[in-house]
Design a binder for this molecule. Structure first.
Ligand SMILES: [Zn+2]
Length: 191
């Protein structure tokens, strides 16, 4: 592995250890020429995946880019980096298992949205609102409705007259998301 600092071709492995439930190996390397230290990850790559963009352009699938866009959505959220890595690895496995060598960027976006939905509701709404290009309050309402159905057991049942959604014992995350968004309705209902 070439040294990224001085270009020396011959770097030494100081330490190897498995990460992410053995799906990759992390290596600490040191350059004998400049003493620069860096880390490499070794992963199984089943085959080269190409991404078909909305513009019609094709680019090689880039795992790091995917991690970056997920991290933007998770900014300042209390989610462990290991969980993000596992989530991204899960998405990559799904892409590889699909049997397609070319995958539409929209398919990847929807997989990320689904995965974030289970990981962090705030990041989920952030990513979905950018990715799906929300323009109207109704778009937020439909996503908040999905969160409510996921997190509030009785949300699918029709409410009796006079009952309000915010009197349900919902999980706090859904309410936290709602509090960060523009008020969808003046009544305070979550769906
Ligand atoms: Zn070097």
């Amino acid at each position: 592995m070439r040294c990224p600092f001085c270009g020396c071709e011959d770097t030494q492995v100081k330490d190897s250890r498995p990460t992410e439930e053995n799906s990759s190996i992390r290596r600490r390397r040191v350059c004998p020429d400049c003493a620069g230290r860096f880390t490499t990850f070794e992963r199984v790559q089943l085959r080269e995946l190409m991404v078909l963009k909305r513009s019609g352009r094709k680019v090689a699938f880039d795992r790091d880019k995917l991690v970056n866009s997920v991290n933007v959505a998770l900014r300042k959220r209390p989610i462990d980096a290991d969980r993000v890595e596992r989530m991204v690895s899960g998405i990559v496995r799904q892409l590889e298992a699909s049997g397609e060598s070319e995958i539409a960027s929209s398919v990847i976006g929807e997989l990320v949205i689904d995965a974030l939905r289970g990981l962090d509701p705030v990041a989920y709404v952030r990513f979905a609102s950018v990715y799906r290009d929300f323009r109207e309050v109704a778009d937020f309402e439909s996503v908040l409705g999905e969160i409510a159905r996921d997190t509030i057991p009785d949300a699918g049942k029709p409410l009796k007259g006079g009952d309000r959604a915010d009197s349900e014992p919902g999980r706090p995350e859904a309410k936290a998301v709602a509090a960060r968004l523009p008020r969808a309705k003046s009544s305070g209902e979550t769906h």
